[in-house]
Design a protein around this ligand. Structure first.
Ligand SMILES: [Zn+2]
Ligand SMILES: [Zn+2]
Length: 673
């Protein structure tokens, strides 16, 4: 694990300032405040009462590990200073798991420093399913040492140390950590702008942290350290190397056990491992990291994917185009990509005649130029331009991973230019296309996310409330028309507009965006796109960016992991392997090979002089859907004996019957039966 989560490392970092509302608990005025309890009941309590005094009376179960005052997460032992509303954070919720996991990171750091006293601590945020903590220690942590740390963590958890929060002036905290020899904490503190910071103590161990934390270490019951890796201080390759210890933590032993089981399953399905074993793709150091090379079998699957989606799109009125993979930088200045996306773009290619080109990070501007090439009437719209567009994005080498995080990719892209009143029907059309495609690929575990702007954030989202409100309501109507449930995700929209993302769950239940429908009123404005309306006026069309089968790279990675390498028959690079019992049957087998090939199947004949069992086993390992066994009996009866990938032997049958069977199986997979 690890590398794919690096971009979330700021989550839960321990350097945020203390909110004003919680400062200065020194007032001892005896007066009452009003607290709205979870569920909405108001109660009068003495100012300064602690949440856990209320909690013990109010909470229904023991799963509460933190609380929220007016929406801000806090410790259970926090005093209530002002009128406020209170909510519980349960250990079962994502927020509660976050508190549990970050508390486990503290527990680990305490264990590490008690075992290896000269080790310095840096940061220890939570990540998906777990946490890490970065340490500065000269020797590398060994596997045996990780076990020792885990053991010490268990001891500290059992001793049920109280976890307490204290606040102090920043200067005092700097002094404290300097005396402790914690130079990294001093550096973190020096970057904090606020004057007051909070510390968390458990036993004799202390850390700079905004919290909240579990009330005592005994709440932490089921954890495992999962690995150690190098990590640069502040993620910068110019800084010193630290050691990052990863771990996972769960409310119960059973939940931990189930998680570890799924992790093992995910490892078996890892597309990087299967991709190599099945000869689908490679990453070559000579070519460069993040630049995958599709081997013949992988390229075959890719071409099936490409043909599949292009054919469907064509039937739905998309027009396919081909545009270059690079353009003048001015194009990207006008689109705004150069300003907003520059970190992910490759450097300029500048020529002596001052011409400046860049590799494209997206295809949208090219399609916009095609739209602008002609004057359009309202009668021409919608115009749906599609392309399997290759593009280039610079990703830090640390986050590159197989086919799922790459630097060169080909997107199943399309841009729909339409009238405002066509938005809903176009969005519905895309959603129905996504549903159809997912059925054909055998994806069942997916859900819809409506990604909205953060209305407070006028920097990362175009500042135009009316535009956002209109766009959001169109997407809601589209979702309602298709009749699907969805979750709203404020702050997840694109810079230029809201979007519907379709999230597929992997083995570990993590959602990954594969398809997307994005509304855009912004680029048509930037590029002054127009159509002539009924009344003869020039008006702006709306643009919809949509991707259905994602990039070929990501889709391939997902397909491999989803099917554990067992591609459905219609997608398998080799669908049938013919194996003979002895060389005696080779002539007959070659005839079968030819007939199957002529029938359009992807088929191979194993002509090697090997034992039947060995050849069948190899076909099995290559995850080929069917092995066709041919012995003397089959030759005499003019039949074939098919054997399914899973090991099931079908009765010998005439070749025509087998072909019919294959055809109907493919139709069934594709939902066309
Ligand atoms: Zn912390
Ligand atoms: Zn686009």
């Amino acid at each position: 694990m690890g590398e794919r989560f690096l971009d979330t490392e700021e989550v839960g970092s321990s350097i945020l300032p203390v909110p004003t509302i919680f400062r200065s608990s020194s007032r001892s005025m005896i007066d009452n405040i009003q607290v709205i309890l979870p569920g909405g009941k108001p109660v009068e309590v003495r100012r300064g009462s602690r949440i856990d005094e209320l909690a013990s009376a109010q909470r229904a179960d023991g799963a509460v590990i933190a609380a929220k005052i007016d929406g801000r997460p806090v410790d259970l032992n926090r005093p209530l200073e002002n009128d406020c509303s209170l909510e519980w954070i349960s250990i079962e919720t994502p927020e509660g798991l976050d508190v549990l996991r970050h508390s486990t990171a503290h527990l680990m750091a305490q264990a590490v420093q008690s075992l290896f006293p000269r080790t310095q601590v840096t940061i220890g945020p939570t990540i998906e399913d777990g946490f890490y903590y970065d340490f500065k220690r000269d020797q590398a942590f060994t596997t045996e040492e990780l076990e020792k740390i885990e053991h010490r963590m268990e001891e500290i958890a059992k001793s049920n140390l109280k976890v307490t929060r204290e606040e102090m002036p920043k200067s005092q905290a700097i002094e404290l950590f300097r005396r402790m020899g914690e130079g990294y904490k001093v550096a973190i503190l020096e970057d904090i702008l606020e004057d007051t910071v909070s510390l968390y103590r458990q036993g004799d161990w202390v850390d700079l942290c905004r919290g909240p934390h579990v009330p005592s270490t005994g709440v932490i019951k089921a954890f495992k350290l999962t690995g150690v890796a190098g990590a640069y201080w502040r993620g910068n390759e110019k800084n010193e190397m630290l050691q990052r210890i990863y771990g996972t933590s769960w409310p119960t032993r059973q939940a931990l056990k189930e998680h570890l089981r799924l992790v093992e399953e995910a490892k078996k399905r890892d597309h990087r491992k299967l991709g190599q074993e099945l000869g689908l793709f490679m990453i070559s150091d000579s070519i460069g990291p993040g630049l995958p090379v599709w081997l013949p079998k992988g390229a075959l699957v890719r071409s099936i994917l490409e043909r599949y989606i292009v054919d469907i799109e064509r039937s739905l009125g998309y027009q396919h185009v081909n545009t270059p993979q690079l353009a003048r930088v001015d194009l990207y200045k006008r689109s705004g990509h150069w300003d907003h996306f520059k970190d992910n773009m490759y450097p300029l290619m500048a020529f002596e005649n001052k011409e400046e080109l860049v590799l494209r990070p997206m295809n949208c501007p090219h399609h916009i130029i095609i739209y602008k090439h002609e004057l359009h009437s309202y009668r021409d719209l919608p115009i749906r331009l599609a392309e399997l567009g290759t593009m280039y994005r610079y990703e830090r080498s640390g986050v590159l991973s197989g086919l799922s995080r790459v630097r060169a990719m080909t997107l199943n892209d399309a841009h729909i230019f339409c009238l405002p009143e066509q938005i809903q029907s176009e969005a519905v059309g895309v959603l129905r296309l996504i549903q159809r495609v997912y059925r054909d690929f055998g994806f069942k575990d997916y859900w819809y996310r409506l990604s909205l702007r953060n209305p407070q954030d006028k920097v990362n989202f175009v500042d135009n409330d009316a535009m956002w409100d209109t766009a959001e309501s169109y997407l809601r109507q589209a979702l309602a028309e298709v009749g699907v449930q969805y979750k709203e995700a404020p702050g997840e929209a694109a810079y230029y507009g809201p979007k519907i993302d379709v999230q597929l769950n992997d083995v570990l239940g993590h959602g990954e965006t594969l398809s997307t429908v994005q509304l855009d009123f912004y680029l048509p404005e930037r590029f002054e796109l127009e159509y002539v309306d009924k009344d003869g006026q020039y008006k702006r069309p709306v643009m919809i960016h949509r991707g259905v089968i994602s990039t070929m790279e990501r889709m391939m990675a997902f397909l491999i992991e989803h099917h554990a390498g067992n591609f459905p028959l219609w997608l398998a690079p080799v669908q049938i392997k013919i194996v003979t019992v002895t060389d005696q049957q080779l002539d007959y087998a070659r005839g079968i090979l030819k007939q199957l090939k002529d029938g359009g199947f992807r088929v191979e004949l194993d002509e090697r002089n090997e034992k039947l069992g060995y050849k069948i086993r190899e076909a099995q390992l290559a995850k080929i859907p069917y092995a066709v066994v041919i012995g003397d009996k089959e030759v005499q009866a003019e039949k074939v004996a098919p054997r399914r990938r899973g090991g099931e032997n079908l009765p010998p049958m005439a070749l025509t019957e087998f072909v019919e069977k294959l055809k109907s199986e493919i139709l069934e997979e594709r939902g066309e039966a």
